[in-house]
Design a protein around this ligand. Structure first.
Ligand code: 5GP
Ligand code: ZN
Length: 111
């Protein structure tokens, strides 16, 4: 997808601090961390919204969540973490390539 910053990171055209990669997802550090640990988990396939998920993408997202659970210790998140998926304008989504924020490394506020 042209002009998509995450597609460029996936293609290696823009550098990123990758912490995990397999055939269908990549995980790298957010450039503006909102917690001590702030990772972005990005499916390699370009789509922007959950509302674009067909059965195949739904299965991919299921595998992605399972993978995050499996990798929590490797990511330094054994004490807990939070997942956030911003969708659309009201949520402040700035990159229109679906991604899961993974936040942790400290106690997170919930108010
Ligand atoms: P959104 O607001 O769309 O949910 O999240 C986009 C996230 O991508 C933001 O937290 C932002 O800091 C991060 N981000 C934007 N551009 C880059 C980049 O070039 N590299 C990295 N590592 N993160 C980025
Ligand atoms: Zn993209």
């Amino acid at each position: 997808m042209e002009n998509c910053i995450f597609c460029k990171i996936i293609a290696g055209e823009i550098p990123s601090a990758k912490v995990y990669e397999d055939e269908e997802i990549v995980v790298f550090k957010d450039i503006e961390p909102k917690a001590k640990i702030h990772l972005l988990c990005v499916p390699k396939e370009h789509f922007a919204y959950l509302s674009e998920a067909d059965d195949k993408r739904a299965a991919l997202l299921g595998r992605t969540l399972k993978k995050i659970g499996e990798l929590k210790n490797k990511f330094g998140l054994s004490e807990g973490y939070r997942l956030v998926v911003n969708q659309g304008e009201n949520a402040g989504q700035t990159v229109h390539h679906l991604h899961i924020h993974i936040l942790g490394g400290e106690t997170l506020e919930w108010e």
